[in-house]
Design a protein around this ligand. Structure first.
Ligand SMILES: Nc1ncnc2c1ncn2[C@@H]1O[C@H](COP(=O)(O)OP(=O)(O)OP(=O)(O)O)[C@@H](O)[C@H]1O
Ligand SMILES: [Mg+2]
Length: 253
């Protein structure tokens, strides 16, 4: 196979130049990290699961008219995406208090929030992705007022979609993070959901037992991460329940 041009290698994914201009191939690695890379591990099969799950969520969003970068899955670990200009923000939507909001504001983990809360973090590992306000975003020119309105609307539509899908399989969507990118069509610019949507970027709790089915299993040493992700995929019908992708990858179309 011809050598591909690597565009970017991050902690969890690699971007390669795609077959057409304006496209990338996104490769999902098994590498797992937490605390800005302070804690690292290889979790066999994680990339396969996240590739499938991100495909599932992004294509579902495309179908209901929420634009995303996703074009199609290519193989077990790769998907074809639209190349976008990433807005340097992590957009977080919270339905239930957990993680940093609980620490920062002293709200007990598991407390239902009165309404979904949208937060922005500046994407900068050296600064540990600090929380920023709309004032910072506008003042530093990361996004305009109009962009912010559109980003919040997109984030809330993603929240409604994901919450519904998850609740349908007995999982509570506690919070999630998305990234937003710009696509230019001549004089027009549109915002789309980019990066990934997977248990790496969501908090997912079993609706009955509260069992964690997301990256907190790794962050907090709560058990087997690939089992947790496999359970999410199994409930969503994304992977057959008897699949053994963890040890024996099979070729799929
Ligand atoms: N459609 C897209 N077009 C361009 N870049 C994208 C697209 N989707 C995601 N990205 C970027 O590709 C990278 C994915 O790699 P990964 O998630 O492993 O990075 P990371 O280690 O989390 O680092 P970063 O701080 O850059 O997010 C991220 O920088 C993300 O912003
Ligand atoms: Mg990332």
């Amino acid at each position: 196979m011809a050598r591909r041009t690597k565009v970017y290698e991050g902690k969890a994914k690699i971007l390669y130049e795609g077959p057409e201009p304006g496209t990338y191939v996104q490769y999902f690695k098994d590498d797992t990290s937490a605390g800005d890379g302070a804690k690292k591990a290889q979790i066999e099969g994680k990339g396969v699961l996240n590739n499938r799950l991100s495909e599932y969520f992004m294509s579902g969003l495309n179908e209901i008219g929420v634009p995303t970068h996703f074009i199609k899955r290519i193989n077990m670990r790769e998907q074809l995406i639209r190349a976008v200009e990433i807005i340097p923000l992590e957009v977080v939507v919270r339905n239930v208090a957990a993680g940093s909001i609980s620490k920062r504001l002293g709200i007990e983990e598991g407390t239902a929030l009165p309404r979904p809360i949208v937060e922005f973090y500046y994407k900068n590992d050296d600064l540990h992705d600090p929380l920023v306000s709309e004032e910072h975003i506008l003042a530093f020119g990361w996004a305009t007022h109009q962009d912010l309105d559109d980003i919040v609307a997109l984030a809330l539509r993603v929240n409604d979609f994901l919450s519904g899908v998850m609740m349908g399989v007995g999982i509570k969507l506690v919070d999630f993070k998305i990234e937003i990118g710009r696509i230019y069509d001549g004089d027009f610019m549109r915002l789309v959901v980019a990066d990934e949507i997977s248990p790496d970027s969501c908090r997912l709790w079993d609706a009955k037992t509260g069992q964690k089915l997301d990256k907190d299993v790794f962050r907090r040493d709560l058990g087997n991460l690939s089992e947790a992700y496999t359970e999410v995929a199994r409930r969503l019908g994304v992977m057959p329940s008897n699949a053994t992708p963890i040890t024996k990858p099979k070729l799929m179309n």
